[in-house]
Design a binder for this molecule. Structure first.
Ligand code: SF4
Ligand code: SF4
Length: 155
């Protein structure tokens, strides 16, 4: 167990409001699914539904299912959404339905496969809830073909 993990309060995700979480707790909320790193499209017509593709951002590492340049992401990819307790309110629609930040912002519980619930960082992958080995890189797909890669719609 890392020093950061030891600093987490027991079941903080059920007891501590998002705005009062420590930085390690806030970061630990991320299940590592990688879904938010997929390219998304917003329908121009109301109700402006958002479609998720399995086309990965150019910084996404498919094996680790993580950003390959997390510290520099806002510089390298200006459209990357930086989640904070404040920004999740406006950004929730852009997050996948299983995203832990979106679920807590909506007053819902973490799913049973979330690493915080299972105590196993791998459970997001073994339960089939991550994008590990399920993506195509953005440089391989032209924008006109994005609709062929839609995997989730209707946020
Ligand atoms: S969708 Fe949410 S839980 Fe999944 S990787 Fe992105 S921020 Fe983390
Ligand atoms: S810059 Fe990194 S964190 Fe942001 S979408 Fe791309 S891979 Fe994900």
């Amino acid at each position: 167990m890392s020093a950061d993990e030891k600093a987490l309060r027991p079941k903080f995700w059920e007891t501590v409001p998002m705005a009062e979480m420590t930085t390690p707790e806030w970061e630990a909320l991320c299940d590592g699914c990688g879904k938010c790193c997929m390219l998304k499209m917003e329908n121009e017509d109301p109700p402006h539904e958002i479609a998720y593709t399995n086309i990965a951002c150019r910084l996404f590492d498919e094996e680790t299912c993580r950003c390959s340049s997390y510290a520099m992401r806002s510089v390298l990819v200006p459209t990357c959404i930086q989640l904070t307790p404040e920004s999740i309110v406006g950004a929730r629609e852009w997050m996948p339905k299983t995203c832990a930040y979106r679920l807590l912002a909506d007053g819902e519980k973490l799913p049973g496969w979330h690493p915080l619930v299972t105590g196993d960082r791998n459970s997001v992958h073994s339960s089939g809830n991550s994008m590990r080995n399920a993506t195509v890189p953005e440089y391989e797909v032209g924008e006109e073909d994005w609709y062929d890669y839609v995997i989730e719609e209707g946020h």
